[in-house]
Write a new protein. Structure first.
Length: 153
């Protein structure tokens, strides 16, 4: 279950039960309504299926959706270079004007999540940005770093 305030329009989620879509359907969030009239429902979202030409979007309670887990396949399909099989991925970050240091985004599998770092080529230091588990969290990180937040799943 995801709270409405943790979502952004364009986030990719999946249904966790049959609602307007069958269970485990991948969907894109098109509207967000943090309705608190029913606290146990955690808000309402409008969804459109990722791989479908239905006539949606359709509304559902946030308690009916979950995050899509980040997988090595998703990272590979979204311009991340696999450095260590299934464990460590990188993606270059466009250099800032006037900067001679080349940076890259590093995504490393940890026990229960993925750690996202900014690292510099030929420099040993790095900055841990956050830990993520789900595609919608990865989309937010990419958006903040001015990458295209659209993800291929």
């Amino acid at each position: 279950m995801i709270n409405a305030e943790d979502l952004k329009i364009g986030d990719i989620v999946q249904t966790n039960k049959d609602c307007m879509f069958p269970k485990d359907t991948l969907c894109i969030v098109t509207e967000i309504h943090p309705d608190r009239q029913y606290n146990d429902k955690k808000g309402v979202v409008s969804l459109k299926a990722v791989n479908d030409d239905d006539d949606g979007p359709w509304g559902t309670w946030c308690c009916n959706i979950d995050g899509v887990p980040v997988t090595p396949e998703i990272l590979r399909n979204n311009d991340f270079k696999e450095e260590v099989e299934g464990e460590y991925f990188t993606r270059p970050i466009k250099a800032r004007a006037g900067s001679s240091l080349s940076r890259y985004l590093a995504v490393e599998r940890k026990k229960y999540a993925w750690a996202i770092f900014i690292k510099y080529y030929n420099v040993t230091g790095y900055a841990l940005l956050c830990h993520i588990k789900y595609v919608h969290e990865l989309q937010l990180v990419l958006k903040i770093l001015k990458f295209n937040p659209e993800i291929k799943v």
